[in-house]
Design a protein around this ligand. Structure first.
Ligand code: ATP
Length: 513
């Protein structure tokens, strides 16, 4: 299936099976704002819990926080967001469409990358088992040429953005001959900076109301609470503060479904460390976060690191964990060495000391910060798009399956009476009653059992449990596994343990070790 088609399928499946709806759909929707429906809200919650468990519960030196969305407006002066939280935008004069200039260039590079992937596929076919991908990538002249071209374009883009040389960003777009994807024209305006924060007002009367921002990241709520948490929790460096919550950005290009939203949720952890140790911790958290992703089994080949050429004003090292979305490799999570920039800025703007007294060194210092920041909605899209597959079956039919990691699936099991009579629904409902203390389970009696299996496959439910006439005699049921379609006869009393073995967080998170 072409990638575009796959992505369209992902979006329509998310709607049809109650995962994601466009916000205010009856009013024709609101651009880049989405609602999570009955299944989506469970999947999202399970991803959030999986992250929270691995961060907070599994680390005795990381604690949680839930800071408000509204913050004192000086916060955003101090953090640099008022002056510097902007994206370079460019308009096409013919289509009147607006784009992020850096994204136009990156998309151009992604196209060259697709050419590399095609060459790799061709060569893999030609050389068969003898194919060595790394060697091919580093020696094939055409591929090396493509890669050099990508590197030099991205380097120039990074440098121009770093120097705020927006004229050169436009020159680069023109030199590469990038055309508007809608109009096909190369009639571009100059590149301008555009601040991404949403403003609002606090207070009832027009004279006294103060200007506020909706937070564009959750991190600042952690920085301003750093000393409160450190003192009340008697935390010793190194220690972390983790938080999940909404963030808001007035994105210029809001396409690609829940990949880029104007209201979204972040899961961030700020790790407070001794100055000078930041590179060690940077490497540590890079590896740790990649292990977390891999523990979910979405395919190791679908991740890669992308080190930043252009560092944000607060960072001395930064990398993205990129994931292979249906539209190519894109940022899923950022890992940033933020130095002491934020704490120092808040010290300066608030006039309050934000230092840590190190008993071992008998000295005070402003800690450095290592940040891991992942978008919950992006993670949702990664999991969901990776899970949706169309499978050819032996009898020449196909089935649509949502192979969600069982630990994240909204419903862990569907309990199905074979027929709606002879006491089978009563037994099935009793099984639901017993299991619902431990798992989210659902009851389904409508349609033939084969159709119900298909429905649950498409819903992502890892197990179907069928109650039939033999159950009346032997207190056993048939348990069917979503991915293998294997069916087994098991005792009703064993169901809980069988399901638990596959959906338990411990079983999955242990893979990180
Ligand atoms: P991008 O380059 O894609 O705009 P970013 O580098 O600005 O992202 P960060 O500020 O590092 O992103 O935010 C951390 C994480 O928050 C990102 O890795 C991403 O998963 C998520 N995120 C950022 N912006 C959005 C958005 N508009 N919609 C959904 N998730 C987002």
């Amino acid at each position: 299936m072409a990638n575009d088609d796959q992505f369209k399928k992902v979006i329509s499946h998310a709607k049809e099976y109650g995962y994601v709806f466009q916000s205010s759909e009856i009013y024709d929707g609101l651009s880049a704002v989405y609602d999570y429906a009955q299944n989506g809200v469970e999947l999202k919650k399970n991803i959030r819990d999986y992250w929270w468990k691995s961060m907070v519960q599994m680390h005795d030196n990381i604690v949680g926080l839930d800071a408000s969305i509204f913050m004192h407006p000086t916060t955003w002066k101090a953090s640099g967001h008022v002056d510097a939280f902007s994206d370079p935008l460019i308009d096409n004069k013919d289509s009147k469409k607006r784009y992020r200039a850096d994204v136009l260039v990156e998309d151009y590079c992604a196209k060259i990358e697709t050419k590399i992937e095609k060459e790799v596929k061709k060569a893999a076919k030609r050389f068969g088992d003898a194919f060595n991908k790394d060697e091919f990538l580093s020696t094939n002249p055409r591929v090396v040429g493509y890669q050099e071209k990508i590197n030099s374009i991205l380097k120039r883009l990074g440098q121009s953005l770093e120097k705020e040389d927006l004229a050169d960003v436009k020159a680069l777009i023109e030199e590469l001959g990038i055309a508007c994807p809608v109009a096909g024209s190369k009639n571009w305006t100059d590149v301008k900076q555009f601040n991404l924060m949403f403003g609002t007002k606090l207070g009832a009367s027009a004279d006294t109301a103060i200007d506020l921002y909706l937070r564009p990241e959750t991190a600042q709520g952690i920085f301003v609470n750093f000393l409160n948490v450190q003192k009340t929790g008697r935390m010793k460096i190194p220690f972390g503060i983790a938080q999940t919550g909404k963030a808001f950005r007035n994105e210029i290009v809001a396409r690609q479904f829940i990949f880029r939203m104007r209201e979204f949720e972040q899961m961030e952890m700020q790790y407070f460390i001794k100055p000078g140790t930041q590179l060690k911790w940077f490497e540590y958290w890079k590896e740790e976060r990649l292990k977390w992703h891999k523990s979910l089994g979405l395919g190791e080949e679908n991740y890669r690191f992308h080190d930043h050429e252009k560092l944000a004003h607060y960072a001395d090292a930064a990398t993205d964990i990129e994931f292979r979305f249906p539209f190519g490799f894109k940022e899923l999570e950022g890992i940033h060495s933020r130095t002491d920039f934020d704490l120092k800025q808040h010290e300066e703007f608030s006039g309050k000391k934000l230092q840590y007294f190190d008993h071992e060194d008998n000295a005070s210092y402003t800690p450095y910060v290592l940040e891991t920041s992942i978008g919950l909605d992006r993670m949702f899209l990664a999991v969901f798009s990776n899970a949706l597959v169309e499978e050819e079956l032996d009898n020449n039919t196909t089935r649509t399956v949502l192979k969600l990691p069982a630990v994240l699936a909204p419903n862990k099991a569907a309990i199905l009476p074979l027929v709606k009579k002879d006491g089978l629904p009563e037994i099935a409902k009793q099984i639901v009653e017993d299991l619902k203390w431990d798992f989210n389970v659902t009851y389904d009696e409508k349609d033939a059992v084969g159709r119900r299996y298909r429905r649950q496959d498409a819903n992502g439910t890892p197990f179907c449990i069928t109650v039939d006439h033999d159950t009346l005699e032997d207190q056993s049921v048939t348990i069917r596994h979503r991915d293998t379609m294997e069916q087994k006869r098991v005792k009703i009393e064993d169901l809980k343990d069988i399901i638990k073995a596959e959906v338990d967080v411990k079983h999955w998170l242990k893979k990180m070790k």
